[in-house]
Write a protein of this length. Structure first.
Length: 481
């Protein structure tokens, strides 16, 4: 995500708009040269069968089976181009290098991660780890982090076959990049391949232009389209999560509710119950009102998805803290836990890798001149995203603390109480002024210099080491840093 705006913030405009200039030139060339319809086709989502899959992409089927049932670990990866992808990768590497002993088994803290939720640039790291596990430490830097993805996008866009395909109404710039990502980065894997074995449950998040709501790539969300997520390409979900407005066209899903044959009893009923409660200012009620719109396929025949940072640039608001993921019951985390599993939880660790940069000093502001139209649009978008991020962090912290309080209120004095450890990692926590200034000049793009990638990867581990909440969490495990 380019900080939720058309023009990136936190660095000089001439650097920040590089991807716009490069892709705009290619788009213009495409418009001039494309004249016929090619053979490339969009990857459509499929309808749910009358008898749905026995292993849908939900918490119950994809949470790790053999890590500690007493410790629940959630990671959230923010937007911010390759900068956020590198920051979240650095966090994974730090967790890999943190040894812990739980349930008499010694391993790494990375093995204890249960859920990863992500948006935009962070979704590249989340998806790669969710598909390939610790192979991420062998080839992710080569395959993605240290690659000029912007240059690749440009070269792909001007290929004759691409230009021809873009003449089709069912194939756009977002589809084109998703096709390349599937082939070159994600090995054409689908959600049937995601989060298997001991890997965490990965939630990739985009924004639905039809409803203005976060759209999570999980079966609970696809149920409202009467669609099966298992055959859907992971690359397309990643592209939807990071499709910057105006630069990329939306990724499109079909609404299959017309003639839906699947029995969704017990999965979508909570929406009707929430609407009957008529809680005008309640999150559950508002989400239910939005989801109800999908039921009429004539009203929303196609779902248009763009960058997840438009609605939540931290990957928290619409996923682990959403009624969609938990069948309307966030307080009990109903999507993730049954009563038996919930009774075993002793500690909850939530780490947010936030690669957002400081609020920018605009050239028009420093010069004391009147902002132009694009200046105003950029500043307005950045202000909204900055406020949304601040509120989202607070909301996430409150949600998990309330969940802990809910569990503790139902436990006897003899039972262990749940402890919640909330660890936000942000560039604002950098104490060294020189390092702070340097990190905040790293552009939001998909083509970073090697030294910038190195700096952001290292920073994640440094900030985690300095976190009082993380130190307190390790103390409960008797781990020395």
């Amino acid at each position: 995500m380019i900080n939720g705006s058309v023009i990136p913030s936190g660095h000089p405009p001439e650097t920040g708009t590089r991807i716009q200039r490069r892709l705009a030139a290619a788009m213009l060339l495409g418009l001039l040269l494309a004249g016929s319809s090619g053979c490339a086709t969009r990857a459509w989502n499929t309808p749910l069968a009358a008898t749905p899959s026995a292993t849908p992409y939900v918490f119950a089927n994809r949470l790790p089976r053999h890590n500690s049932s007493e410790t629940f670990v959630v990671l959230a990866f923010s937007g911010g181009g390759t900068r956020s992808a590198a920051f979240s990768y650095g966090l994974l590497r730090k967790l890999r290098d943190t040894p812990v002993t739980l349930d008499s088994k010694t391993g790494s803290l990375l093995d204890e991660v249960d859920v990863i939720s992500s948006v935009s640039g962070g979704s590249f790291t989340a998806a790669y780890y969710g598909l390939f596990g610790k192979r991420v430490f062998e080839d992710y830097e080569r395959v993605f982090l240290r690659r000029d993805i912007e240059g690749v996008m440009l070269s792909q866009l001007v290929q004759p076959t691409t230009l021809s395909a873009l003449g089709s109404s069912d194939y756009n710039r977002g589809d084109m990049v998703a096709t390349w990502l599937g082939r070159e980065v994600f090995a054409n894997k689908t959600f049937a391949d995601m989060s298997l074995g001991e890997l965490p449950y990965v939630i990739l998040n985009a924004s639905d232009l039809n409803t203005g709501m976060t759209f999570s790539f999980i079966q609970q969300q696809f149920d409202f389209l009467c669609s099966d997520i298992n055959p859907y390409p992971v690359a397309n979900a990643v592209m939807a999560s990071s499709a910057v407005p105006l630069i990329f066209a939306p990724i499109t899903l079909a609404n299959h509710n017309a003639g839906c044959q699947a029995d969704l009893t017990g999965k979508t009923d909570w929406v009707k119950n929430a609407l009957r409660e008529d809680g005008l200012f309640d999150q559950r009620y508002q989400v239910a009102r939005t989801l109800q719109r999908y039921a009429d396929a004539k009203r929303i025949p196609l779902v248009r998805l763009l960058d997840g940072g438009l609605t939540d640039n931290l990957g928290v608001r619409g996923s682990m803290a959403s009624p969609v993921a938990h069948y309307g019951n966030v307080l009990q985390m109903k999507g993730a836990f049954d009563p038996t599993a919930m009774a075993k939880v002793k500690r909850v660790l939530v780490i947010i890798a936030n690669a957002q940069q400081r609020y920018p000093d605009y050239g028009w502001s420093l010069a004391g001149r009147e902002p132009g139209l694009l200046d105003t649009l950029e500043a307005s978008a950045n202000a909204a995203i900055d406020l949304l991020n601040t509120e989202t962090v607070g909301m996430a912290k409150t949600t998990f603390e309330r969940w802990g309080d809910y569990l503790n209120a139902r436990r006897s004095p003899e039972q262990p109480q749940v402890e919640t450890f909330f660890v936000p990692l942000t560039f604002e926590q950098i104490h060294d002024q020189q390092q702070y200034e340097r990190i905040n000049t790293i552009p939001t793009s998909f083509d970073l210099e090697a030294k910038d990638v190195d700096a952001v990867i290292s920073l994640a581990g440094e900030l985690l080491d300095e976190s009082p909440a993380f130190k307190a969490f390790l103390d409960t495990l008797n781990v020395r840093q």
